[in-house]
Design a protein around this ligand. Structure first.
Ligand SMILES: [Zn+2]
Ligand SMILES: [Zn+2]
Length: 895
């Protein structure tokens, strides 16, 4: 009962800590309930044509061809004569949705979108389109609905091609742009005969928005240096030229149309976007038409030192770069009074977010003042946006530390057999925590904080109350300090902290696992086990070094190599054959077991060629027989081990063989070698732990723990019986006698750490998070070739879980073999993973590309869910190792 309460509290604490990052880091910067302000001056134009060439890089657009002509001759002539141009600096994440939101709604990425998967803007926002009389949009179904949805009323009209059409673009993406231009053309054609549409068009405050996805799609498919990408720029330029002449014809050259041509983000040389490389953040901006300044000759040196003016041969024209937020006055062609009024409105609108009365005199041409006011206001908004972050972060960390300390105290309490006398009187503690609760609640009430804040701030109080209540253990521990090997405790502390840092680092660089494994390989030599078990120590060292090679290899699916998969199959067959041969004289194997092994071995035999076969013949489709065998292996992999004997090594071998068979079917390259090598190391680990136990028990002084008390468990007869008769006689289904479990020792911290380390190695050994997100469908070709995200995802998850099960089974074996209570070991694992989670809490970031943000969150999520996942997994492995199905009743008399 108490364990269940404990687990439940632990679960709640972890869920709260996990959700807290959304209140601390991912809050919406948007302020709602403001009144829109407008200038009293008459607008210089009646309508705006906005053309966004998705994914167009500034340099691809501005750079001239080797022969001195431009790729976009029309827009180049606009820059030279009648428009103003510059570079628009976009921000990370450089993706289409935030890019368009910044262009059209005027704010940077709202990171609170992270909780909604970035698909849609989670909050209501105002946009230019919403403030127009009418807006007509043409383009991609991914972008346009966003603005139509946010608009109040029914004045934003979208024309999108069906999403499937983006697929036919795989042959020629520029057709997407041709579609848009053709649609716009026929729209204006039909307006000539449609009186009501014509009347709408002739009104002022209209926007025409063309979203051109062709360049982006071509860039992804062929990279920005390709002819496809560059040719698409020319196609867009021609389209814009035709569009302008058509619009001007329609409105009778009234000089009331403004044009803006720009891009939402750029693209890297390797055809991606999202991060903050200059090739992604620099986009072209060209504006011309009504109210926009004509091309101006540069009179002196321009204030840009990036060398682009020389590269693009545009030194003679004035360049005006823009950042969002402040009105770019140099683009305007109007009176000083108009500019001052506009700037003033801009400042008032920004200040409106403070919901404070503004005490600034109306503009008297003080544009510089307005500009500093806007800058200060934006600074202030950023300050208020992150105002609560430090305070909330502190209380969450306090809660975290409280929880971890409590778990440590629970471990000490159950295992140190110390006399408990509370050093702080409990009624004083209750009074203290109650008054603290009242103070915090009043403080939050005054602050008018949201409900979740109460949870974050009040949770540390009961946690620390429990810690202080149990703090008597700590004083007892210190009182009995002389009997403890202090230098050893300290050494352990330093080692474990280094170890945890190493694991944290391995989330960012897989190669850190190689370093860790190299250090682990030295363990038998450092701990003096080498002298007692030379062969096992050497195998351990070799196993660690072999496994250390995997984190250095490329992630899963990058380099398919079917021969390696075949080799892995042969390797696992060879090792299991060796094992069977070596264990033959020592243990008598029953007939049924032998039959099962043979059947498993033959299935593995059958699979590897079938895999090779089907992979090679992908072009001719998947042979039905292979598919049947694959699915039946998968189905049997969880049942067949249950049929074998529960004797330790026989059961382990059975589990290993059936899991490896499935893993091989899901492999495409070097990762197929991972489970055999891992299983080999795990096998050695079991043996060497047994050796360590023996060494410890035979040691007369028993330096490894709390001297007198810890001996009780070890002295139990069954324990000696196990140690002397060897591992092979241990049965999983026996040994579940809690009374015979021994006490926890310092060495068990090492065991738990090894376990966490191997679990993380099992996770990152063959890939990283990115490779799990964007997996290679080739690895499930043995099972199905038709795209089915649910089945494919399930199979990939299973592939990820298989190494976990191998490690978990080993840990289960070690618990059984060394007579440990699994609860205590689990608590140590909990402490280790909580310390890692605390570390990742500080590493969560709300800026940078989506990949950066997403990775930082997923690190946190992985560590947080690791404990919960391990709990579930330990139940599964317990069943997998200790249960036995009997299909043939007459054989039941065999043990
Ligand atoms: Zn885009
Ligand atoms: Zn793109």
């Amino acid at each position: 009962m108490r364990m269940i309460t404990f687990l439940l509290v632990g679960l709640i604490v972890h869920v709260v800590f996990f959700l807290s990052i959304f209140d601390i880091y991912f809050t919406s910067p948007l302020v709602h309930g403001m009144t829109p302000h407008a200038t009293p001056q008459a607008p210089p134009s009646s309508r705006l044509v906005l053309v966004v060439a998705d994914g167009l890089r500034a340099d691809s657009f501005f750079t001239l061809l080797p022969n001195g002509s431009s790729r976009a001759p029309y827009l180049r002539s606009v820059i030279e004569e009648k428009g103003t141009w510059g570079v628009s600096h976009t921000r990370v994440p450089t993706e289409s949705r935030p890019g368009h939101v910044a262009l059209i709604a005027g704010f940077y990425e709202d990171v609170s979108a992270v909780a909604k998967g970035w698909k849609e803007n989670p909050v209501e926002f105002d946009s230019v389109f919403n403030e127009t009389r009418h807006t007509w949009c043409w383009g991609s179904p991914d972008i346009l609905p966003m603005f139509a949805k946010g608009a109040s009323g029914d004045h934003v009209y979208t024309h999108t091609y069906p999403a499937e059409e983006e697929d036919f673009a795989s042959t020629d993406a520029s057709r997407l742009d041709t579609w848009v231009f053709t649609q716009v053309k026929s729209f204006f054609q039909s307006a000539k005969s449609n009186a009501s549409l014509r009347a709408n068009l002739l009104q002022d405050e209209n926007v025409f928005f063309l979203h051109l996805l062709g360049i982006d799609t071509n860039g992804h498919a062929h990279r920005p240096m390709s002819q496809e990408y560059l040719d698409n720029i020319g196609l867009v330029d021609t389209g814009v030229a035709e569009l302008v002449s058509m619009v001007e014809d329609f409105f009778g050259h009234d000089g009331r149309t403004a044009y803006v041509f720009t891009s939402d983000h750029g693209m890297t040389n390797w055809g991606s976007h999202g991060a903050g490389h200059p090739s992604e953040t620099l986009t072209p901006l060209v504006a011309w038409g009504a109210g926009v300044h004509n091309a101006r000759r540069a009179t002196g040196p321009q204030p840009y030192s990036d060398g682009f003016l020389q590269d693009w041969k545009l030194e003679h024209l004035q360049r005006v770069d823009v950042n969002q937020g402040i009105l770019p006055l140099l683009y305007l062609n109007n009176s000083e009074h108009f500019k001052a009024e506009s700037m003033y409105t801009n400042a008032i609108q920004v200040l409106e977010q403070y919901k404070l009365p503004v005490f600034v005199s109306p503009p008297s041409c003080q544009m510089a003042l307005c500009r500093t006011l806007i800058a200060r206001a934006l600074e202030g908004l950023a300050y208020y946006h992150t105002y609560d972050r430090f305070f909330l972060g502190c209380s969450v960390v306090l809660g975290f530390v409280g929880w971890t300390s409590y778990v440590v105290l629970v471990i000490l309490k159950t295992h140190a057999n110390l006399n408990r006398n509370p050093s702080i009187p409990s009624h004083a503690l209750v009074r203290l925590s109650l008054s603290l609760t009242v103070v915090i609640t009043v403080f939050l009430l005054i602050q008018r904080s949201p409900v979740t804040y109460y949870v974050y701030c009040l949770l540390p109080v009961p946690l620390w109350y429990s810690v202080l209540k149990e703090s008597g253990i700590l004083t007892d521990l210190f009182r009995s300090a002389p009997s403890l090997p202090l230098w050893k405790c300290f050494g352990y502390f330093v080692l474990v902290s280094f170890g945890i840092e190493l694991l944290v680092a391995s989330f960012f660089h897989r190669a850190m696992l190689t370093v860790g494994l190299a250090v682990l390989s030295l363990w038998p030599f450092l701990s003096g086990l080498f002298g007692k078990a030379k062969f096992r120590s050497l195998s351990w060292c070799l196993g660690c070094l072999c496994l250390a090679a995997f984190p250095l290899m490329p992630v899963v699916g990058r380099e398919p190599n079917v021969h390696l998969v075949t080799f892995a199959g042969v390797l696992s067959l060879f090792t299991s054959a060796c094992y069977l041969w070596s264990s033959r004289p020592r243990t008598t194997m029953h007939l049924s077991d032998r039959q099962q092994f043979v059947s498993q071995v033959t299935t593995v035999c059958a699979y590897v060629p079938s895999l090779t076969h089907s992979s090679l013949q992908q072009k001719q489709g998947l042979p039905l027989l292979n598919q049947v065998i694959s699915w039946s292996t998968l189905a049997s992999s969880m049942i067949v081990p249950l049929l074998s004997s529960t004797r330790l090594f026989q059961r382990l071998l059975s589990i290993f063989l059936s899991l490896t068979a499935t893993y091989l079917l899901l492999s495409t390259g070097s990762e197929a070698l991972f489970p055999p090598v891992l299983a080999w190391l795990m096998f050695v680990w079991i043996n060497i732990e047994q050796e360590a136990m023996l060494a410890q028990a035979s040691h007369p002084l028993n330096l490894h723990g709390f001297p007198q008390t810890s001996c009780i468990g070890i002295c139990s007869p069954i324990f000696y019986q196990n140690m002397h008769s060897g591992l092979s006689t241990i049965d999983f289904s026996a040994n579940i006698d809690i009374a015979k479990l021994r006490q926890l020792k310092l060495d068990d911290i090492r065991r738990s750490y090894f376990f966490v380390f191997f679990i993380i190695t099992a996770f990152f050994g063959t890939g990283n998070i990115a490779s799990i997100n964007s997996f290679d469908p080739a690895s499930v070709y043995c099972f199905l070739t038709v795209f089915n995200p649910f089945l494919m995802g399930g199979l990939m998850m299973w592939k990820v879980v298989i190494p976990f099960i191998i490690v978990m089974c080993t840990f289960e074996t070690i618990q059984v073999a060394t007579q440990l209570s699994s609860r205590s070991l689990f608590l140590i694992v909990l402490v280790i993973s909580d310390l890692m989670a605390l570390h990742f809490f500080f590493l969560v970031q709300d800026y940078g590309s989506w990949l950066d943000i997403g990775t930082s969150i997923s690190h946190y999520v992985i560590v947080m869910s690791m404990t919960i996942f391990l709990m579930l997994l330990s139940v599964v492995t317990h069943i997998l190792t200790s249960q036995r199905l009997t299909l043939w009743r007459h054989k039941k008399h065999f043990p």
